[in-house]
Design a protein. Structure first.
Length: 185
C-alpha cells in the first residue's frame, strides 16, 4: 500500500499565512490555515489515526439529507469530495466562494451514520462564520471532527482505501494542523 500526502502546507509567503499573521489573535488564526481540524469544544484523543474511508462524490453539488448513504460509518472517515481545492488551489477567491457547505438536515443525516471524521476539500462543511462553528461544534458533540482543506484528486480517489491522520493536538489554537495521507492500493 502506498501513502499519498493530501495535506496543504502554507509557507510564510502564502496569502493565507499573511492573513493569519495580521489577525488580532494570530496564534489562533495560524491554526486555521492549510489542512486543519477545528476543535471548539473537544479534540481528538490521539495524535495518529488510521481509518477506512468512505467517499461521497460532491463534484456536482453538496448532498441533500436524502442523498447521504444510510450506512454505518462508525470508526471511519467520510470524505466529501467536491474537487474545489484541486480545481482552484488553496486560498484564492474562487476557492473561498465555492459552495462546499451542507445544510443542517444533510449534516444530521451524515452524523446519524456515526463517522469519526469528516474530511472536505473545501473551507468547511458549514457556511462561513457562525454556521461554520456551529456545525463543527455539533460534530464534536457526537465525537466526530471536521478536517478542512484536504487535497484529493480524481486519480487518488480511484485507489484510496484508507487514510492516516496526524493531528497536532498540542497547538494552542482551536485549529489543529493536520497531515493527511491517503493509503492507496
Amino acid at each position: 500500500m502506498r501513502s499519498v500526502p493530501l495535506h496543504v502546507s502554507v509557507d510564510a509567503s502564502h496569502p493565507a499565512y499573511q492573513w493569519a499573521k495580521a489577525q488580532s489573535d494570530a496564534v489562533d488564526a495560524m491554526g486555521h490555515i492549510g489542512t486543519h481540524l477545528d476543535c471548539y469544544t473537544a479534540q481528538p484523543s490521539r495524535r495518529v489515526y488510521e481509518l477506512a474511508v468512505e467517499i461521497i462524490d460532491c463534484a456536482n453539488g453538496m448532498p441533500t439529507a436524502e442523498a447521504i448513504p444510510l450506512r454505518d460509518f462508525t470508526g471511519k472517515a467520510v470524505f466529501l469530495y467536491t474537487g474545489v481545492l484541486h480545481r482552484f488551489g488553496y486560498g484564492g477567491d474562487d476557492y473561498a466562494r465555492a459552495d462546499t457547505f451542507l445544510d443542517e438536515t444533510a449534516l444530521e443525516a451524515l452524523l446519524a451514520c456515526s463517522p469519526s471524521f469528516i474530511l472536505i476539500d473545501g473551507c468547511g462543511i458549514g457556511a462561513h462564520g457562525e454556521v461554520h462553528k456551529r456545525f463543527d461544534r455539533r460534530c464534536e458533540e457526537l465525537g466526530c471532527f471536521v478536517i478542512e482543506n484536504v487535497l484529493l484528486d480524481d486519480e487518488t480517489i480511484r485507489t484510496i482505501e484508507g487514510i492516516r491522520l496526524v493531528v497536532d493536538i498540542d497547538t494552542p489554537s482551536t485549529g489543529k494542523p493536520c497531515k493527511v495521507f491517503a493509503l492507496c492500493r
